[in-house]
Design a protein around this ligand. Structure first.
Ligand SMILES: [Zn+2]
Ligand SMILES: [Zn+2]
Length: 299
């Protein structure tokens, strides 16, 4: 995060906002700047990618599903917009520790023997580590003592849209994001890789709410996609995972998505529409007969 903070200081905060008497390394100034950057960054990522996904990926016929709520998209957006500033407070305290040099983030690939190999391995280890922790945190959030207070707001949306991706109770949102922040305090990670991964995990979170239930056949056994996560929203006790199905399989909570078996929410909407169309056709024919006098004659 210090890369972003330094750039913001250089191009914006120092020349235009803060008085020259306020040093760049003041902890209070850093906290204020990080709060602005974190909120702004979160809103940009959320609105940019959730909107793109909503218009270009999300199947809008899902909105006809009986469990799709009234004004749901508006409510998802409002919920997210209100949660982000609260989530940003504990998040910024972690960023502050990071900026002040307590993490294992590093600048130069050449600093380490096998630098590039290590860099690629760190991406895999980041994904493995965060997927594992999110699984257990998410499963913990479903415990009856905390579910109602923290995680239930995210399960209001049974048929989520991409805008539900950040619609959490603030503490829930922070806890599920915590693994991303913990990682660079335990393991060495390149700063640019960390930033890239941070953007990527935000996009992934949006993608598992995007209502596109297709997963290439070859990846189906491993990847936790929108089909899995929508079933999680509807059925609660299955598919807690984030990117992979691994921990659901180990933890005994894996369920083959209903969409893969032909009875997912999209199949339901299709069946519902067909039935409606058929009943219209039948009643249309009946009306025709009625107008032609068939029924009145018979009666
Ligand atoms: Zn969700
Ligand atoms: Zn859940």
């Amino acid at each position: 995060m210090d890369l972003v903070l330094n750039a913001a200081d250089y191009y914006f905060f120092t020349p235009y906002i803060y008085p020259a008497t306020w040093p760049e390394d003041s902890i209070f100034r850093q906290a204020v700047s990080l709060l602005i950057i974190t909120n702004l960054g979160a809103y940009i990522l959320y609105f940019l990618f959730a909107t793109l996904s909503y218009y270009f990926v999300y199947d809008h016929s899902l909105m006809k599903h009986p469990q799709f709520l009234k004004n749901q998209v508006y409510r998802e957006i409002m919920h997210s917009v209100q949660s982000v500033p609260w989530i940003s407070i504990p998040t910024v305290s972690v960023f502050l520790l990071e900026v002040r040099g307590y993490s294992k983030l590093y600048d130069s690939v050449e600093e380490f023997p096998y630098g590039w190999f290590r860099l690629i391995a760190s991406v895999l280890s980041f994904l493995f580590f965060t997927d594992m922790l999110i699984y257990w945190i998410h499963r913990g959030l479903h415990h009856r003592l905390v579910y109602k207070h923290l995680h239930k707001p995210h399960h209001i949306w049974k048929i989520p849209t991409p805008f539900a991706s950040h619609a959490f109770h603030p503490l829930d949102g922070f806890l599920q994001g915590l693994p991303y922040h913990i990682y660079p305090f335990i393991f060495p990670l390149h700063k640019v890789v960390y930033l890239g991964l941070y953007v990527l995990v935000n996009i992934w979170t949006i993608s598992i709410h995007d209502g596109d239930f297709r997963v290439p056949h070859i990846f189906r056994p491993f990847i936790n996609g929108s089909a899995h996560h929508t079933d999680h929203h509807m059925l609660f006790d299955y598919n807690y995972g984030q990117y992979f199905t691994l921990w659901d399989r180990i933890g005994g909570s894996f369920k083959n998505p209903s969409s893969f078996e032909g009875n997912g929410p999209l199949n339901y909407v299709k069946k519902m529409t067909e039935e409606k169309r058929n009943s219209h056709t039948v009643s249309g024919r009946n009306n025709e007969k009625l107008f032609n006098g068939d029924f009145t004659k018979a009666e």
